[in-house]
Design a protein around this ligand. Sequence first.
Ligand code: ADE
Length: 228
Amino acid sequence: MKIAIMGAMPEEIEPLIGQLENVSSSLYASNTYYEGIYKGKEVVVAYSKIGKVFAALTATILIEKFDCDILLFSGVAGAISEELKIGDLIIAEGLCQHDLDITAFGHPYGYVPEGEVCVKTDKHLRQIAKTVAEKKGITLKEGVIATGDQFVADPERKKWIGETFKADALEMEGASVAVVCDALNVPCFILRAISDSADMDASFNFDEFLESSAKVSAGFILSMVEEI
Ligand code: ADE
């Protein structure tokens, strides 16, 4: 069993790399992939760079070139749900692309023919996350995460995404990773810690809380790896 752990930004994977044993790195398709061992488990860690295209590329490479059997994503997100505060964790039950729009042809937002508006993640991995959270006494929200190639710092856009997709949080990679995993039959898990509330203060909050929230997410992912 080889476990892929990916983030989008260096800050999202740095807390992971430091915890690995026997690390070796290799460069492929303009990204660095770190192979190592965590608590006896084989892992491959990489950050993709921001956005859906880079994330899809990295997820594909982790699966097809590095032969990973499952994929865990760790990172930060903007909150939509009022329940979510900075540093809180959310796991995606399903993910949608809020910027995918062929409504001109009568389709719903986020839908393209032969795709789905909402791509589900792996139930077993979500169950492991719930068990870990319970053991640690951590509150873990499960919900819909909306993905798009857009840093949302606008209350109107945030409201629209929340209402249109019943989304609880938003970010810029998760749905594309979930689509790749679904197509390649690889169990997928997406975890995010909140860095901001996707409103007027989002960019300031993001800068302030990226590192601390990314650490919360990465720490939780490592606890999950022990249980897999
Ligand atoms: N990731 C973290 N915060 C975000 C935001 N406000 N918009 C998009 N992606 C994010």
